[in-house]
Design a protein around this ligand. Sequence first.
Ligand code: HEM
Length: 484
Amino acid sequence: MSQFVPPYPPRHARPLSPAKLLQLGARNFLAIWEDKAFEQQLMSMRLLSRRIFICNSPDTVRHAFVTHNDAFERKSPQMRHALKPLLGDGLFISDGETWQRRRRIVSPVIHASRIGEFAPIMVETAAEAAARWSALPEGMEIDALKEMAKLTAEIICRTIFGRQLGSEHADEIVEGFSDYQRQIGQIDITSLIGLPDWMPRVHLPGIRRSVKRIVTVLDEIIASYRAQDPANREIAVIRRLIEARDQVTGEPLDAEALRNEAAVIFMAGHETTANTLAWAWYLLSQAPDVEQRLHAELDATLGGRAPTLEDVPRLVYTRAVIEETLRLYPPVPLLAREAVKDETLRRREVKRGSLIIVVPWLLHRHRLLWDDPDCFDPDRFLPDAPRQPDKYAYVPFSTGPRVCAGLAFGLTEAILCLAALAQRFSLRLRPGALVEPVCRLTLRPGGDGLPMTLHARAGAAHWPGAAPVEAAAPPPGGCPFATP
Ligand code: HEM
């Protein structure tokens, strides 16, 4: 009998009062939605001093994030104030000219064209995780979220700082970042009531301590990187950032900007992919048909060897599993902007200072945009699917000029890591575990974390030389698994 815990969070029959909304939203932003929100196209509400617009249809998303991006390019005050102590003027939260300058430097350094350099690091780190798992007893319980966080942190550390410097500092940085995240609230009341930007915010001593901890490690790593003989320096993102010159001004990044951008790449590039992989394990454990088809593809394509970048185009179903996971559990479930000038949205007046929000959590489960929106069905992302997702209804990486600069990195990493591990292991959810999607800065399993037992896959299909297995047929109609 399935031990699957019933859907969470519940959807409300009626809109919440502002007080209830703030109270629930501060704990878990995913828990505030009324059922009707999953079919509305543009919502508007006043919260304390601010008017908020929620774009919940492809045309409004396109309008706000693409065609009229100049009016809505600034990140929300909540996001800026939450991350400023750590990221300073880093790309993720800056806007205007600073953002343009930083994007010109950072984007090429982690761009799709560099994936050939990064993929071997991803595969070798996943192979080390597989070796660690192999040494554990059959059926041992692990926290899949922690395991994936360790894996992706190791990958991003080695990518940014090189193999020699990455590993020893990974744990310290990961702990510092999760400590920081634990302490910053999703809803910053001071910004909602309209305190101006220049007014200093009071940060808890805990926040200051974790910033100090992270900055100290980053500075140490950068200093020892600079101290290396340039001729022997490994090719790594940090080296490219040190050497990069702005195409327009010719300026390099100064020391503080360098540290801020390293922190941005670490923060943006580690937990997002970790959460994606963790949710993928969870979904696979609940949908045996999907898991079987994934295994069949991995066995047929890889035959037991480690995946490579060249395999990625052939791992069509694996990619569909990741894309469907990103639909149901978008790691960044809220994209919020502030209007920098008066504008209109579907003929409605949007005053300067209003908040414009796209909620992938809602948009990706919208009843008018998706068939069986709550159902885990990777087939919808296969190239021959009858109804292809609308480009502006599916935005796990955002869209427009501020689209994720590490899109190719994150997607490739998730596919390669899942392929490397799922060809050898299955994970099963601990019976009775409460898996609660919780939104902090990212959407992650809250509650008990993700307690899963580890099982080596039976059969010889994953050993070198084994005969390829035919891909299993899709389930005969219907949804294999409805998700919370
Ligand atoms: C599955 C993995 C990932 C997901 C779902 C994801 C998602 C996103 C989203 C939604 C944004 C925009 C946030 C907003 O508008 O508020 C973003 C921005 C960004 N991401 Fe990712 N990301 C992922 C992986 C990565 C990786 C691996 C890197 C770096 C190697 C990265 C680097 C960045 C950067 C630098 C930005 C800021 C871009 C800008 O503001 O111009 N991301 N990401």
